[in-house]
Ligand binder design. Structure first.
Ligand SMILES: [Zn+2]
Length: 102
């Protein structure tokens, strides 16, 4: 648990910042993974950031991925309902082994 990220929002910097949809950590886009709801192929993990569609970002903390898979936060961010196949693709991109909670 880090509380390092200040609440204050400064001027927008030139570096594109992205926000993890779970923990709301803001970071430059390289440390976040983009997930895209594509028009034809459902939700895809998009490391290259090139796919068209509505995107959402997850940081590299496994807990955030766990949360994204366990709740509807991702579905809400992408304004869609994740199918089993969508969830499988997200799960496949999970950055760590699932953390056992507490
Ligand atoms: Zn996060």
């Amino acid at each position: 648990m880090t509380n390092k990220a200040g609440k204050k929002r400064g001027r927008q910097r030139h570096v594109p910042q992205r926000t993890c949809i779970v923990c709301r950590t803001t970071s430059d886009k390289r440390s976040l993974t983009r997930l895209v709801r594509t028009p034809d192929d459902g939700v895809q993990v998009d490391p290259s950031g090139k796919l068209n569609g509505r995107g959402a970002y997850l940081c590299d903390q496994p807990a955030c991925w766990d949360q994204a898979l366990a709740s509807d936060v991702l579905a809400k961010a992408l304004r869609t309902t994740l199918t089993e196949a969508d969830q499988d693709r997200v799960r496949a991109a999970h950055p760590g082994r699932p953390v056992s909670e507490t």
